[in-house]
Design a protein around this ligand. Structure first.
Ligand code: MRU
Length: 363
């Protein structure tokens, strides 16, 4: 996607010594790039959410392995960097997927070749993510086109939560890819952007993306979505996900479950867009997904820009009160209208997932 006319991915190689990433903790107030030149840098960027979003977390970890292999490419070092990066964030399964793919690719290769092979594999993960997200966009576009056909030319109102746009992937995004394609195809759309407390990925990142691409949108408080659904102002919802279990349960940013409940109560179709690397075939229920607990500081304080341009952090809660900050929740499959994947659209059931990925059927 473009920023001020310049095409960007969220992560890109700098020679073979480092990668650069967009520092998402600085958006929307400043566009800044960070250079990551070690596995430690990559782990720190993932933990502190300089990079975030399930697919981008996986891509960054893949480059972390590649950077580590430049110093020590032994089996011991490979296992150590795998485990070190895996510990950065627990919920998005794309992290585990990318690290397993890197280890599998390198394990039986001569040590002297591992650094080059790892670099190529990390680049392939990134390139494939772009292709995958574009395909998700194309499949989602058919849903939006059909929905828009019932609107007699009025804008299609789509609600989204958190940021599942190009900033959360290498390019295009998952939930936002169909919206970009619809907008580019001349379908009138308007996006309700949940602010997404406590870290405000909607207000800070999704709104930044949509505004940059010229897609009409409105930021709303997280609690407003149900009201707009009751008022008939939401035609459908599309969100991303950090992990989908084999039965179709969906972990995504905290608050997604409440939106799905409200959508169900108001007959608003609720779609989840995902690459296949987000499916955890080893779990049969969302109850088993590890939910990240983050610091209560994220809830009790907020950063913002002063009229002077300075960005400051302020306390917003009663002093001394504790807070709790689960970063994700699980939406049961029964509340999800369908999955939009790179292979097409399917019901949010085990059978639906297996119809798209038949190679996963156990014989
Ligand atoms: O905590 P974050 O910002 O990494 O959470 C991101 C989300 O929950 C996204 O919706 C999800 O990763 C899908 S990204 C295509």
């Amino acid at each position: 996607m473009k920023i001020n006319g310049t095409p960007y991915r969220t992560i890109w190689p700098e020679g073979e010594d480092a990668v650069s990433v967009i520092d998402q903790t600085r958006l929307p107030h400043a566009f800044a790039v960070q250079r990551l030149s070690s596995a430690e840098d990559c782990a720190h960027a993932i933990k502190t959410m300089v990079v975030r979003g399930a697919p981008l977390i996986g891509a960054t970890a893949a480059y972390g392995v590649a950077l580590a292999m430049r110093g020590d490419a032994s089996d011991t070092a490979l296992d150590a960097v795998h485990d070190f990066l895996l510990a950065t964030r627990p919920t998005a399964v794309n992290l585990r997927w990318a690290l397993a793919r890197m280890r599998d690719r390198l394990r039986n290769q001569p040590q002297e070749m591992r650094a080059a092979l790892a670099w190529a594999e990390a680049a392939a993960i990134c390139d494939e993510d772009v292709v995958t997200c574009r395909a998700i966009g194309e499949h989602g576009l058919t849903i939006l086109r059909d929905a828009a056909a019932n609107k007699n030319g009025a804008p299609l109102n789509v609600l989204t939560h958190c940021n599942a746009g190009w900033l959360a992937t290498v390019d295009w995004g998952t939930a936002l890819a169909p919206l970009y394609m619809a907008h580019d195809a001349g379908i009138p759309i308007h996006v309700w952007v949940d602010e997404t407390r406590p870290r405000n990925q909607g207000a800070s990142l999704t709104a930044y993306e949509l505004g940059g691409h010229g897609v009409p949108h409105t930021i709303i408080a997280d609690n407003a979505g149900g009201h707009y659904m009751q008022a008939g102002a939401v035609d459908l919802a599309i969100v991303g996900t950090d992990r989908v279990t084999a039965n179709g349960d969906v972990a995504n940013k905290i608050g997604t479950y409440l939106k799905a409940l409200a959508a169900h109560d108001n007959n608003v179709p609720f779609y989840v867009a995902l690459p296949s690397s987000t499916i955890d075939w080893s779990l049969s229920s969302g109850r088993d997904i590890p939910i990240e607990e983050r610091s209560a500081e994220e809830l009790l304080k907020m950063a913002g820009r002063l009229p002077s341009g300075d960005v400051v952090t302020v306390e917003i809660a009663a002093p001394g009160s504790p807070g709790a900050n689960p970063a994700f929740d699980v939406t049961p499959a029964r509340l999800v209208t369908g999955f939009i994947t790179e292979r097409g659209v399917a019901p949010a059931t085990e059978a639906g997932l297996l119809s798209l990925f038949p190679e996963r059927k156990s014989s």
